[in-house]
Write a protein that binds this ligand. Sequence first.
Ligand code: FES
Length: 193
Amino acid sequence: MSNQVSGAQAFDKTQRAKIVFSDEALKTVQKIITRYPEGKHKSALLPVLHIAQAEFGGWLSPETMDYVASVLKIKPIEVFEVASFYSMYNLKPVGKCNLEVCRTSSCWSRGSEDIVKYLEKKLGVKVGETTSDGMFTIKTVECLGSCGGAPMLQCGSSFHENLTLEKVDTIVENYRMEGKQKSYTDLDYKNTL
Ligand code: FES
């Protein structure tokens, strides 16, 4: 059996017509899948979820996860188990700038809680919420591997380290002025996979 996949494979197009990889994304998915033997498509799940998140609005809806399951020929629950485990996957819509504040020990001991509280007050939303203009989401995450720069936050592919309240002001204002999408999916997966 070949490793060829189709964007519409085992997928109910009548119900979820929009959830189909673009040709370019599908080509990349195909390339990833061929790294693994037939029957081991699940091994491609993490990178394929990154592509799905980038393709379908910056988050993984149940329909998107079902679609990924159909493409990889695995069960939807297997996709959900992985997508719900890792903080880089969003299971609900996020703002243009997804501010992911690390809350693990190094960052916590250097004031990450204050950073979160400050962001909540500044943006008028709680952790897990998105501002009404759709610009910012605040999220707390576990160690992002940048403990030497604690406290820190990630936004898109950028790390902001050694945070102070003043730095947070600058970061937020810069993103607001830029007004561009800065979710984790901004990573150029075509070059990084
Ligand atoms: S504890 Fe925050 S980056 Fe490691």
